[in-house]
Design a protein around this ligand. Structure first.
Ligand SMILES: [Zn+2]
Ligand SMILES: [Zn+2]
Length: 381
């Protein structure tokens, strides 16, 4: 079978990969028919970051922790890319009881067992059962290459899913898979950054600093409006994204392209909830300084430099909370999918390029906010 393969920056191609089989009785096989591009994938796609990152780790400019997550040679091709997909279950192991062949499911970007200590805490992307299978690795995930296990990328014809009853979540009847194409990662990431914080501060004011996590920021703005925030201010330098944010009902504000400069002067208010989606250290500092007392900031990006400065005294003065870290998708999926099913939340507005599956090598590299690939599901009835 074919797998969309990252060879090097500027070069993606279909390459053959052995078809997976059911190994454990709790496994399932899934055929993706909708796949979307995670914001983080644009990093190796659009700039040759592998060598500079290796050099940065060597000379101490980039935090060595990066190497423990993505390997000492980050983003070195070839590897199967892609970790957001909706698929059809095509086979189930003998112990799988909650799924049937033909079910349409969300495949979370990280795999988990559902029963270990970390899974019990909701930290499914840190599942100790899965990471123990790959010694020295801190993530068990699709689409990042061997540093995160042997899962491969999701833009392919068959995925082997361990602990399938736990990991796979059915798309509710009536929900268009294209609407929840990013539920595997970016849409769920936006959810965790906005919905639980707003539940603790109902009707609060929300700020989103966008542009790095290009789709995460927009999903966050939309979800904030839909969850009753009294103010949703969205900041970005790109007209097309500002328009999408406005379409969701947020107030859009243009900021300059130089993300090393503070944008605090352009921030119109102070906020209960701030989503830092610029993936930039200055953005993180601005986000923290924009909080109201007791406010909650979630950094959704990568902050890879050694010793990233954050304004701890500002945080002290406002009793601020900062969350950083990968998103634990599996625990939020039921509420997220139910919300989309009952409200019709139009997440697909963020999709800026809807492309045919076969065109993936070109489409996946587009300089656009959100790429979604699709093909027909199989008739498995
Ligand atoms: Zn991702
Ligand atoms: Zn676990």
């Amino acid at each position: 079978m074919q797998e969309l393969t990252f060879v090097r920056t500027g070069q993606l191609e279909w390459r053959d990969r052995p078809e997976p089989t059911l190994v454990d009785p709790s496994d399932a096989l899934v055929r993706p028919f909708v796949a979307s591009r995670c914001d983080g994938d644009t990093l190796p796609l659009h700039s040759n970051v592998s060598r500079p990152m290796q050099a940065g780790i060597k000379v101490g400019m980039i935090d060595p922790v990066v190497a423990s997550i993505v390997g000492g040679v980050p983003f070195q091709g070839p590897f199967g890319i892609g970790h957001e997909a909706i698929g059809q279950v095509t086979a189930i192991g003998s112990e799988v009881s909650g799924l049937r062949v033909g079910d349409i499911v969300v495949v979370p970007w990280a795999m988990a067992c559902g029963t270990c200590y970390e899974c019990g805490l909701g930290l499914t992307a840190k599942c100790s059962t899965m990471t123990a299978q790959s010694p020295g690795k801190t993530l068990a995930a699709f689409g990042f290459g061997p540093s995160c296990g042997s899962f491969g990328g999701m833009v392919t014809d068959s995925l082997r899913i361990p602990f399938a009853d736990f990991n796979l979540v059915k798309v509710p009847d009536g929900v268009d898979p294209l609407r929840v194409a990013a539920a595997s990662d970016n849409l769920a990431d936006a959810w965790r950054a906005v919905v639980p914080p707003l539940q603790s501060r109902p009707g609060g004011k929300v700020l989103v600093i966008g542009g790095g996590g290009q789709s995460i920021g927009l999903y966050a703005a939309g979800l904030a409006v839909a969850h009753g925030a009294s103010v949703v201010d969205y900041l970005d330098d790109r007209e097309a994204r500002l328009d999408v944010a406005e379409g969701f009902g947020a107030s859009a504000h243009t900021i300059g392209k130089n993300r090393r400069k503070s944008i605090l002067g352009s921030v119109p208010d102070r906020y209960d909830v701030v989503v830092e989606a610029s993936s930039n250290a200055q953005g993180l500092r601005d986000a923290l300084r924009a909080l109201r007392p007791g406010g909650i900031c979630t950094g959704t990006g990568y902050y890879v430099n050694t010793g990233t400065k954050i304004p701890v005294m500002d945080m002290y003065a406002t009793s601020a909370t900062l969350h950083v870290g990968v998103s634990n998708v599996r625990p939020v999926l039921p509420a997220l999918l139910d919300f989309v099913a009952t409200t019709g939340f139009p997440a697909e507005r963020v999709t800026s390029l809807l492309a045919d599956w076969d065109d993936a090598p070109d489409a996946y590299q587009s300089h656009t906010t959100k790429v979604v690939l699709h093909r027909d599901p199989l008739d498995l009835s």
